[in-house]
Ligand binder design. Sequence first.
Ligand code: UD2
Length: 326
Amino acid sequence: MDRYIVTGGAGFIGSALVRTLLARGYRVEVIDNLATGYRRNLDEVQDQITFHELDIRDYDRIAPVIAGARRVFHLGALPSVPKSILQPVPSHEVNINGTFNVLRAAAEGGAGRVVFAASSSAYGDTEVLPKTESMSPNPLSPYAAQKVLGEYYCSVFAKCFGLETVALRFFNVFGPRQDPTSMYSGVLSIFLTCLIEHRSPTIFGDGEQSRDFTYVEDVTELILKASEADGVSGKVYNAGNGNRYTLNQTWDLLQKMEGVSIPANYGTPRAGDVRHSQADVTAAVRDLGHAPRFSFEEGLRRTLAWYRDDLERQAVASDSGVTLVS
Ligand code: UD2
């Protein structure tokens, strides 16, 4: 049976993709070193997958797993713009050397198409919105530069080594299982847990920066489409929703949804931050059949419900003395 590899499959987007693939009846193998992902993200599907606790920096160990796979979804990365500024070495090693290793393993091992998780941060600040793939990259952080180089490597592997590749620039993906506990966590995971616990979030800067927040299931569907579409190898596509909301609008919306009033705190702007982000999805719709289904509000509702259930699960587990080991 054909094998589908997901690097970073214990992460929040990767574990959602694993579920999407399993729902299609595919045989799924995960490569993850659990640096930022968690085994618990795969809890109820663990019997249906093969889990390889491996680091993508270790070519010799990942190569045999990737060899011969029908599709490789390369989502393994050290995310976060600020983390890449504070700790550029590990993020370089994982995001650049690790990506090279995955592509090399796929090319040398005769694997099928690799779909790479690139980033909307590639654009930096542009004068024009929405952002289209024809704009020149303008990375503002090591993380953004690493993701742009990953795209270049994808296209070069397609040109020079005959490996099929597609890079998708993810635009601020959110949804269930996004880890809210780190200082580098995605802003919506932080906002949603603050909302549930009636705490004020800290907004970095004036809150007028905007993002194209994209619900995770729309992204996993697009990843699947990108893995099968004809005539797209070597190309780069936006994986966004096409809308944008400022952080102030977003926090207001969440308070209205819950019927509460919790003023946010404001802190200093974050280094490396992009001011505005919004995807032009024309090319993804045309070439890949992208069809986002979830409005921002619907995505927020689903994610909020998931965090609420998860907090209750954790409370029950701690009352019963069970330790949730990640
Ligand atoms: C970037 C990419 C995104 C993805 C991600 C991976 C852009 C536009 N987006 O996300 O596509 O690759 O990196 O890490 O580059 N913020 C607060 N308070 C908080 C946390 C964040 O105000 O507690 C702000 C932060 O300063 C930023 C916005 O919220 O302006 C979004 O931050 P984020 O860390 O969720 O994602 P971002 O945009 O760096």
